[in-house]
Design a protein around this ligand. Sequence first.
Ligand SMILES: [Fe+2]
Length: 184
Amino acid sequence: MIATIPPYRWDDLRGEIATLYETHGQDHYGEGVSQLEHASQAAQLAIDASAGPTLIAAAFLHDIGHLLDKGADPSSAGDSDRYHERIGAGWIAKRFGDAMAAPIAAHVEAKRYLCAIERGYEATLSDASRNSLALQGGPMNEAEAQSFADQPGAADAVMLRRWDDAAKVPGALPITVEQLLELI
Ligand SMILES: [Fe+2]
């Protein structure tokens, strides 16, 4: 089981996360996918890649900032300019620590990084994701890309980004929140 940071207890957090998905899981992520479907697919991709429990949990919870950001415009979900990754990473860091929070904090920067270093990557992004790229600063320049690659956890952030990009299949719920909470 993943460790929690006192005074947070897993039993309480488990209930809190389940409630967040019950309340906001049907909010649209964009392009016909709900927040719940998107989170479930990202987690399943992490499981399929044999990621460790911390990274599976990060994949599942990477957009929790959208669910916590009650003032968000649901139509601008996905990658908005509301810094959902910072909201989510802050919430996760307090409860589960930096190892889980780091790839979540960096998953938007990882998109800017991949746009800079991988030919053709930008063209694979969904419309919403490409639209938000400009708001998020556009592709990194060479110096930014180098400093991103040098930071600890950059590889995990890139993996999470790829699962995020692929987790956009309308109607697919490969794993339920209850199964995930049981697993992690
Ligand atoms: Fe996402």
